[in-house]
Design a protein around this ligand. Structure first.
Ligand code: ZN
Length: 179
C-alpha cells in the first residue's frame, strides 16, 4: 500500500484546472486509482481528487463509510469517477460541514451550502460510462471533489465564516451532540 502525501492549499497545483484523461483504462490509471484509494483510506477521508496527490488529471474517488468524523448512515462502496460532469443539480440546497485533506490536514471544518441532489456522469475504472443520481453525503462529496478538478477548494464556498471550527471542537460539539 502506498500512501501519498496530500498537498496542502497554497500549493498552486490545487488552484489549477485538471486535464481530461485520455486513453483509459490503462495501467497508469489503475495505479492512480489505487494510490488515491489507499491515501483516502489512510487519511480517514471519504473522497479524494488526483490533484491532491500531485496528479493534474480529472479523476477522483469516493467511499462513504464510517470515519472518526463521519457517521455511517449513508454508506456507499468505493467509486471511481474519470472525466466526470455534473449534468444536473437540484434547486434545493442544504448546508453541511465540510473539511478536506488539503486544508490544514483535515483540521478545519466549515459550513458550505450546495445543491442537495445531483446527477453525475463519468467513466469508471474499466472505462465504462455511467450516470448516477444521488443525494445525501455522496452528492456532497462528489461536488466537493469535482470542485478540486476545477481548482476550487471548499474554503472558497464557506457560507458562514463565524461557524468555522477546528476538528477538535467539531468532534466535541457536533458529533457528540448527535449521540
Ligand atoms: Zn478536498
Amino acid at each position: 500500500m502506498i500512501v501519498k502525501e496530500i498537498i496542502q492549499i497554497g500549493n498552486p497545483i490545487l488552484s489549477q484546472k485538471s486535464e481530461s484523461v485520455k486513453f483509459f483504462p490503462s495501467s497508469e490509471h489503475k495505479k492512480i486509482i489505487k494510490d488515491l484509494t489507499d491515501t483516502m483510506r489512510a487519511s480517514n477521508l471519504v473522497g479524494i481528487a488526483a490533484c491532491q496527490i500531485w496528479i493534474n488529471k480529472r479523476i477522483f474517488v469516493t467511499e462513504i463509510r464510517k470515519t472518526p468524523t463521519r457517521d455511517a448512515k449513508d454508506i456507499d462502496v468505493l467509486r471511481v469517477y474519470i472525466n466526470p460532469k455534473i449534468i444536473w443539480k437540484s434547486k434545493s440546497e442544504c448546508t453541511i460541514y465540510e473539511w478536506c485533506g488539503s486544508v490544514a490536514y483535515s483540521k478545519l471544518f466549515a459550513p458550505v451550502k450546495r445543491p442537495k441532489k445531483i446527477i453525475v456522469e463519468a467513466y469508471d475504472q474499466n472505462g465504462k460510462k455511467f450516470q448516477r443520481k444521488t443525494d445525501g453525503l455522496l452528492a456532497r462529496v462528489i461536488q466537493h471533489e469535482y470542485d478540486h478538478l476545477d481548482g476550487i477548494a471548499f474554503t472558497e464556498k464557506v457560507t458562514d465564516m463565524r461557524k468555522i471550527m477546528s476538528s477538535e471542537e467539531y468532534k466535541k460539539r457536533i458529533i457528540q451532540n448527535k449521540k
